[in-house]
Design a protein. Structure first.
Length: 158
């Protein structure tokens, strides 16, 4: 990861003079606290510099909605049973959820990913490897019951 950061950081900024200032002025003119969109503001600024314009355009946009159950649901601490996750995934596919409304407003077709919905494949969902409906796993294990161990090759629990 460090190599990627160093490589990206070494790319010279060839944006025309004033792009960064114009983008920041635009952000700061909006009705919101300064810097409140965090990394989004930084990403848009970088896109503006790459495109050489204070009003960058993103022609290829995507919204991925990941659906999955987690093992803690089986303990009865969730407000809803895991079957609700499956129904929500179907609702996303049918275009009936709030995220669908937001996507329609900006012309994005949301991509629904089955990241572990209990109950098997849901037609129309994506998985991480293909455009076919293929469930990654039915839910997840209640990890809080197990002792976490860490692999020296990564910084995440395994």
């Amino acid at each position: 990861m460090q190599l990627i950061k160093e490589t990206v950081g070494s790319i010279p900024n060839t944006a025309p003079e004033g792009i960064a200032q114009a983008v920041n002025q635009r952000w700061n003119s909006l009705t919101k606290p300064r810097g409140s969109l965090g990394r989004l503001e930084q990403s848009i600024l970088r896109l503006a510099e790459i495109q050489g314009t204070a009003m960058p355009v993103m022609e290829r946009r995507a919204m991925y909605v990941f659906c999955g159950d987690h093992g803690i649901t089986a303990e009865g601490v969730s407000l809803y049973p895991s079957v609700v996750t499956r129904e929500m995934a179907k609702n996303f596919l049918a275009g009936g959820a709030a995220i669908n409304v937001l996507c329609r407003q900006v012309g994005i077709k949301p991509l629904i990913v089955d990241a572990g919905v209990v109950g098997g494949n849901i037609a129309g969902t994506l998985d991480r490897l293909s455009t076919r409906a293929r469930n990654v796993k039915d839910g997840s294990d209640p990890r809080y019951r197990e002792r976490y161990t860490f692999s020296p090759r990564c910084r995440c629990p395994v």
